[in-house]
Design a binder for this molecule. Structure first.
Ligand code: WT7
Length: 616
């Protein structure tokens, strides 16, 4: 199949695409161009119409072990239609943006599908982002409606989501973007209506309006190349990138990768621990599984609440067969000990998956031996927000696994490893990971910034898509991802731009300059290490350290908070003023004998100063 997908991509993908419903077929010259379809129809209506309406589409497990719910495909269709009708009634039309800021309630995938149904472009903002971060995104995509809920409980902690949205709407209004409607789901398990701050005229309770709308709503047939969603992700500047995915290719790709990389069978119960606020939740909580008619588990809470056995409790409760998660969670559960795993049967498990960062062989073996009882193959899926779906991944059982390797490319994908001059290397090699040729799930642009799209991805190595990752290929042709080679840090599988953290730090009135690097972190993969130069005369203090960290939490979100603030009277710069991060990385990781040549620095003395302040 792989050979055919490379020799005849049009034929290969067309055959697969024909198993979906198209209102109008694509032109024979170019896949999917000119085709008309609707992803919501293919993910939901198609199964109801085929007589599978009584199949469970979603199980929902709440924060507390006794909270749960479920929806059949028919019920899901009803809920999606009601919300779609409501959105239409308030003037949301094809092409309009809708921002969604929700926790992992079933209403989150419902909201995504409702937008897709009417051709609106959803932009889900992960519910861990701060008000400033939401405002930045709202200012960029100018949504007609924001969908949120009043609050959520994660573990013991209550998070007032609506208050955060309120603050973001004040902020975006200052930037000239006013959102007319804030549709708010009342999450009764977390907060009562009466306790929720309310702005009459703008705020609308979901439960007051949505259930009154009809459970039938015609789909909007959209062009294969019409936008489906915008998802913001970090890059190497302070401004997040609006990754734009379109409909036809993304639909076919998300569905096909899901099916093969997890060896999907109609009897599976599938659980992906990712949040829909990230691409993994788009392609492998919502679209990929539902397009296959799968039963998906949506989990609202924290994976270690009330104790580190919660995941396996859930696996047994629902009979989960495919479990897809991130190395950071595996490492943290491994640290808590196998006793929490051994308490549960986990007999239902059949296939395991990993995503977000390279999985270290130790964590891989624990996942394989302890969680999967040495019985379940692991799909270590390498891909990105931009790629829409898996790019390098095992197919379970198809070839021998190597712990820590994402193995081989998916159908239609041609990865190449190039040297710094952009020359393709063959055989055993190590370098920059690029992709030759296109694939159906590829993003189409960065919203409103075609230039950045071209410079970031296509300029570095002429003729290729550049992933931003380093990669090694071994003598057997297996791929070993080695991490980002650009100014992006991967913290617990979350992409954070060093420039974003730096700009948050520098916005603090007492901070003159900041430089951020990633350091190895036992659980998170990478941690955030910030060198901070204060305004002249400001003394160092722990309170100041805390308030600098607060600046990052409030401008980006708690997940981007620096692990360490290192006072820096000066930063190592070249004579042209460029910060030498290579040196900072070595100081941060205490590899002081590997500092390399510091003679080209404008002021080599700063290095000794920094080292002497390491423990302060
Ligand atoms: C970056 C993309 C794609 C879903 C989650 C993150 C790293 C992702 C793997 C893996 C090694 C991986 C890469 C990539 N990454 N999966 N299996 N092995 N590295 O999406 O936020 O777009 O980040 O995550 O560095 O470039 P994202």
């Amino acid at each position: 199949m792989y050979q055919r997908s490379i020799d005849d991509p049009a034929g290969f993908w067309s055959e697969i695409a024909e198993t979906f419903y198209w209102k109008q077929k694509w032109s024979p010259e170019e896949w999917f161009k000119g085709g008309k379809t609707n992803i919501c129809h293919n993910a939901v209506d198609r199964y109801v119409e085929a007589g599978d309406g009584a199949k469970i589409a979603m199980y929902w497990e709440g924060n507390e072990p006794d909270q749960d719910g479920k929806l059949t495909y028919s019920e899901l269709l009803d809920k999606v239609c009601q919300l779609a009708n409501y959105l239409k009634s308030v003037g949301v039309e094809k092409g309009d943006a809708v921002v969604i800021y929700l926790p992992m309630l079933m209403e989150l995938p419902i909201a995504m599908l409702a937008c897709a149904r009417i051709g609106a472009v959803h932009s889900v903002v992960f519910a861990g982002f701060s008000a400033d971060a939401i405002a930045q995104r709202i200012t960029d995509c100018k949504p007609k409606v924001v969908i949120t809920c009043n609050a959520v409980k994660r573990g013991q902690k209550l998070i007032p989501l609506k208050d955060i949205v309120d603050a973001s709407l004040v902020e975006s209004a200052k930037n000239g973007v006013t959102v007319g409607i804030c549709l708010t789901y009342e999450n009764q398990l977390a907060m009562k209506k009466e306790d929720t701050q309310w702005i009459a005229g703008r705020d609308v309770w979901w439960q007051d309006v949505v259930p009154n709308f009809p459970t039938r709503c015609d789909v909007e047939w959209v062009d294969a190349e019409d936008p489906l969603f915008l998802l913001y992700t970090s890059g190497s500047t302070g401004k997040p990138k609006g990754v734009l995915h379109t409909t036809g290719g993304y639909m076919v790709y998300a569905a096909t990768t899901f099916k093969h990389a997890f060896d999907y069978k109609p009897t599976d119960i599938y659980w992906c621990t990712a949040d829909c606020g990230w691409i993994t939740g788009h392609s492998y909580v919502t679209y990929g599984p539902l397009l296959n008619g799968a039963t998906v588990l949506v989990y609202e809470g924290a994976p270690n609440y009330p104790d580190p056995g919660r995941c396996w409790d859930i696996v047994d409760k629902y009979g989960v067969t495919i479990f897809y998660t991130a190395p950071t969670l595996i490492r943290s559960l491994m640290r808590d000990g196998s006793v929490y795993v051994d308490r549960y049967s986990r007999k239902s498990l059949r296939v395991l998956g990993s995503v977000g960062e390279p999985i270290n062989p130790t964590a891989w073996r624990w996942f394989y031996n302890v969680v999967g009882d040495s019985r379940c193959p692991i799909s270590d899926t390498w891909w990105q927000t931009e790629t829409g779906g898996f790019m390098i991944t095992p197919l379970p059982g198809a070839w021998p696994q190597k712990p820590g390797s994402a193995t081989f490319p998916f159908f239609g994908v041609q990865p190449v490893i190039v040297d710094e001059k952009g020359r393709e290397m063959t055989g055993e090699c190590s370098g920059y990971l690029c992709i030759k040729n296109s694939w159906p799930g590829a993003f189409r642009t960065l919203y409103g910034d075609k230039d950045r799209y071209e410079t970031t991805y296509f300029k570095p190595f002429s003729g290729y898509y550049f992933s931003g990752d380093g990669c090694r290929r071994d003598k057997d042709g297996y791929h070993w991802l080695t991490g980002r080679v650009d100014d992006v840090i991967n913290v617990s599988g979350h992409r954070i731009g060093t420039a974003e953290v730096e700009s948050a730090l520098v916005s603090h009135p007492k901070c003159a300059e900041a430089a951020v690097v990633g350091i190895d972190h036992e659980v998170k993969g990478q941690g955030i290490y910030a060198f901070v130069t204060l305004v002249d005369g400001v003394p160092y203090s722990d309170d100041l350290r805390k308030s600098l960290i607060m600046a990052v939490r409030s401008q980006i979100g708690a997940f981007a908070a620096p692990d360490k603030i290192h006072w820096a009277p000066g930063l190592p710069k070249t004579r042209s003023g460029k910060i030498m991060r290579r040196i900072l990385r070595k100081i941060a990781s205490r590899q002081l004998d590997e500092l390399g040549d510091t003679s080209t620095l404008a002021d080599p003395g700063v290095v000794d100063q920094l080292i002497s302040l390491s423990d302060s």
